[in-house]
Design a protein around this ligand. Structure first.
Ligand code: FE2
Length: 151
């Protein structure tokens, strides 16, 4: 497999590792009445990121590459709205990354396309889910914006 594809898959793996730490921390720190709802939601998102990291890491290895152990800087907050905005930004970037790598492998490796498309669908569901939560939410940067599909 093309090294540029392996490098792009490692960019994705780095993003997913970031999600594991970033969403876990969000689940740990969220306080107040909404903790009961959002702590589990963030921790479930961390699990989803780990599930994606597992699939991408295994695929990088199968393609002859070395799966990265690095991650990007983690964005932190203790404010729930900000945590959701950070989550939306994270999911949108994931949609963009999976869309980019899909363009690189389209027509070349059907099983890889299917693997990536399955994950892309889940990333877009993440964008849609958080966008709906933040829609018309006072003080949210996403307030009033339509649910935009990235990529
Ligand atoms: Fe993911």
């Amino acid at each position: 497999m093309d090294q540029t594809v392996i490098d792009k898959l490692n960019d994705i793996l780095r993003h997913e590792w970031t999600g594991v730490a970033q969403y876990s921390q969000a689940g740990f720190v969220v306080t107040g009445l909404m903790r009961e709802v959002y702590s589990d939601m963030f921790l479930d998102s961390a699990k989803e990121s780990f599930g994606h990291a597992k699939k991408i890491g295994q695929k990088i290895s199968a393609l002859g590459g070395v799966p990265t152990v690095e991650r990007n800087p983690v964005k932190q907050s203790t404010d729930l709205t900000e945590l959701l905005e950070i989550g939306l930004e994270f999911e949108s970037k994931a949609v963009a990354l999976y869309t980019e790598v899909l363009k690189m492998v389209d027509g070349k490796d059907r099983p890889l396309v299917i693997l990536l498309e399955d994950i892309l669908l889940e990333e877009q569901e993440g964008v849609d889910h958080i966008s709906l939560i933040l829609k018309d939410h006072p003080g949210s940067a996403a307030s009033g914006k339509s649910t935009s599909k990235v990529g």
